[in-house]
Ligand binder design. Sequence first.
Ligand code: 5GP
Length: 371
Amino acid sequence: MKIGPRLFFGFHCFPEPFILSHAMRIESEIKLDFKDVLIRPKRSTLTSRKEVNLERTYTFKHSGHTFGGIPIIASNMDSVGTLAMARSLAAFKALVALHKYYQVDELVNFFSQNPETLPYTFISTGITNEDYAKLKDIIGRDELQGIMGICIDAANGYTEAFVEFVCRVRAAFPNMTIIAGNVVTGEMVEELILSGADIVKAGIGPGSVCTTRKMTGVGYPQLSAIIECADAAHGLGGHLIGDGGCVIPGDLSKAFGAGADFVMLGGMLAGHDQCEGKIVEENGQKSMVFYGMSSATAMNKYVGKVAEYRASEGRTVSVPYRGDASETFREILGGLRSSCTYVGARNLKELPKRTTFIRVTQQLNEVFVNI
Ligand code: 5GP
């Protein structure tokens, strides 16, 4: 992946870095989101999108496990990372990080009947002692032997407790593929990989139902986060997931073009049959509720309340009901294949090598409203 030279001109209002009299710093190099760039087309010898192979093969640093398939992961949100979604995406050889609220028996029951889904499924966990005990129980079950791996998830992957938890899980499960996140900077990607993560998840604040940037002022534009974190991960033989912020298929192409090995989707997979949510019909329009995992809705559902010392960092929204997720997923794959043909990439692996981003002031022409 290359970035057109325009990126580095302009906006340098301050000498780099601009240091004030106290500890605060301003980094003046501009950071980019998906909407800030387009991919420049390149001469291609491909004659049809059918020729494009979207499967990738990765061997992971610590587990030594090899994955072959489509490197898109349904997010471990409770209306997206469902067992039904796992079954549906496994048919494409794509992945799901199950949400952490399934009971052990539900998992055992499902996987005893759908074992072909196991190699495409991650079990998610938080970082408390209770989470750890549940994880050990799940991973020890016969019905779950062959699961793809463990997704250790915290909204803030920068805490010492998080890093210690990653070390603890790595020590307990040396052969498991471990995802850890979320972070957005290279030094923390390195720390997590050195602590035992095979794959690091990058993204703070870009999500469709996330309010972290609003509530805390913390975040990092997602395209730049992917570029910088992928570089750090690859330097150590690790892998990177771009998590959050994809709203159209072209965003996935940009994420892969920027160096992401996997892309995680929440909102783009919401509103489907596989979300296991209630379909609401009003004035002939069908919709489903979708909410962030740090929203008041999720906290009330799983903890009973929003604790007094914290604020919700997620939204609750209504999304149009969109039927079977397989149809949407096919559309996404069609978009990705088309991106590859525009830049002459025969497979997804070639996409970052053939990507040059150009900075733009407008991405889409939205003059008309869809019917
Ligand atoms: P999306 O694909 O919807 O743009 O982003 C999905 C990602 O948003 C998830 O994988 C997760 O990292 C993040 N996310 C999910 N729920 C919340 C939330 O309540 N608050 C925040 N800050 N992020 C969330």
